[in-house]
Design a binder for this molecule. Structure first.
Ligand SMILES: C[S@@+](CC[C@H](N)C(=O)[O-])C[C@H]1O[C@@H](n2cnc3c(N)ncnc32)[C@H](O)[C@@H]1O
Length: 378
């Protein structure tokens, strides 16, 4: 089992918070599509004998592509990789790119999961974030997606937005749960250097909300979602039973994945590689058969740190049997010794030989994870 991620680095408008690699979408995307197809061909053996069980088109904005363009990409993915019949096939969509024909077309191409970038149900937040869409467009888009019969629908929301406050966040959650969504990704706003918000922060025109307010919004998210039958299976991800994102779960469970497109990462247990973060260079290098990625062989400490960083964010936590097999007695003892303190404080819990964060622990997950990192990660 392995995954394929395809990065679509184009947006019609740049969101002020976004640090993902993207540029303004050009009219003619054919050179980029040819490069993606060429990369798929070049890297068709990367997953080895493993079949592809998830394909994920992320961005940027995959919905800047026409149905014909998406069809071409997906046909080539199926041509070069061995894709399972029941493959979870996800596409990220922006609300103002959609209509009923587009969604039905996506279904025909084979997309069976949709992730819709709602971000907030308040026009003032959408304006602040520099989103393209309005609340009324988001309502129509979500209704259209839900009517289309694509049953596996996820939405993205952002909390911790200056001015949103607890009551606004509560209203956003309540409104979201009135729709028949199966999954919610909820991210706390981070202000990244290099974004418009990053510059505003540097110039003193914006700051993060107070930590206590962040904690309250996080707690409300978990409480409201659990009331509605969602399972909080990863810090920022909540899903109904049977609707967790398999693609992201595989990242957290160390499954092999191949990432196509500029800035995309790939992982195969022993090494990690990442493609050049520039569309023009990417197209040139892939077309000329030149190296278009950097690669890091993963030493045992790096693998250990990556495993802890990802597993501690999930409800499954650290699998101590796996740790003993993969990182031997030294890794096992290190974790047991360190976890005792967190267990005493009620921040971690051990169940069936797995160590996970409690709800209290999840609130300070970054600090706990930092303490588990082994130094000298080579
Ligand atoms: C790369 S975006 C692409 C999704 C889609 N194109 C859209 O714009 O709706 C994936 C998601 O990451 C989240 N995200 C990106 N940057 C963020 C930030 N700085 N803080 C919080 N959430 C962020 C947003 O919720 C966004 O929907």
């Amino acid at each position: 089992m392995a995954g394929v991620y395809i990065h679509i680095p184009y947006c019609k408008k740049i969101c002020f918070y976004c640090d993902f690699y993207k540029i303004i979408s050009p009219e003619d995307k054919s050179q980029y599509i040819n490069a993606i197809i060429r990369e798929a061909e070049l890297r068709r053996t990367y997953p080895g004998n493993e079949k592809i069980s998830t394909v994920y088109l992320g961005g940027g904005t995959p919905s800047v592509f026409s149905l014909a363009e998406l069809d071409t990409v997906m046909k080539n993915i199926r041509n070069y990789f061995t894709v399972n019949e029941e493959c979870e096939t996800t596409i990220e969509l922006n609300p103002d790119d959609l209509n009923a024909d587009y969604i039905l077309g996506l279904k025909d191409i084979g997309f069976n999961r949709v992730s819709l970038g709602i971000q907030s149900w308040r026009d003032e937040d959408l304006k602040l974030l520099n989103r393209r869409h309005t609340v009324s467009q988001a309502e129509k888009a979500l209704e259209t997606v839900l009517k289309s019969g694509i049953g596996n629908v996820s939405i993205d929301l952002i909390y911790g937005i200056p001015g949103l406050e607890l009551a606004g966040w509560e209203a956003n959650l309540e409104k979201s749960f009135r729709y028949d969504i199966k999954h919610l990704s909820a991210y706390h706003l981070t202000i990244e250097p290099g974004t418009v918000f990053g510059k505003m922060k540097k110039d003193g025109h914006m700051k993060e909300i107070e930590e206590e307010e962040s904690v309250n919004q996080f707690n409300l998210l978990v409480e409201k979602a659990e009331e509605k039958g969602f399972i909080h299976y990863e810090i920022s991800n909540l899903g109904k039973d049977g609707y967790f994102s398999q693609h992201n779960t595989n990242y957290w469970k160390q499954v092999t994945y191949v990432g196509l497109g500029p800035s995309a990462h790939s992982f195969n247990h022993y090494s990690r590689q990442w493609n050049v973060r520039d569309v023009k260079k990417y197209i040139e290098k892939v077309s000329a058969n030149e190296t278009f990625f950097e690669k890091e062989e993963l030493g045992i400490k790096t693998r250990f740190n990556e495993y802890l960083m990802t597993s501690l964010r999930t409800m499954w936590g650290i699998d101590l049997d796996y740790v003993e097999r993969a990182f031997e007695k030294e890794g096992y003892d290190y974790i047991i010794n360190l976890s005792n303190k967190f267990k005493d404080y009620g921040l971690m819990i051990q169940k069936d030989n797995c160590l996970a964060l409690t709800n209290q622990g999840k609130m300070i997950s970054d600090n706990i994870i930092a303490e588990f990192m082994m130094e000298d990660s080579n």
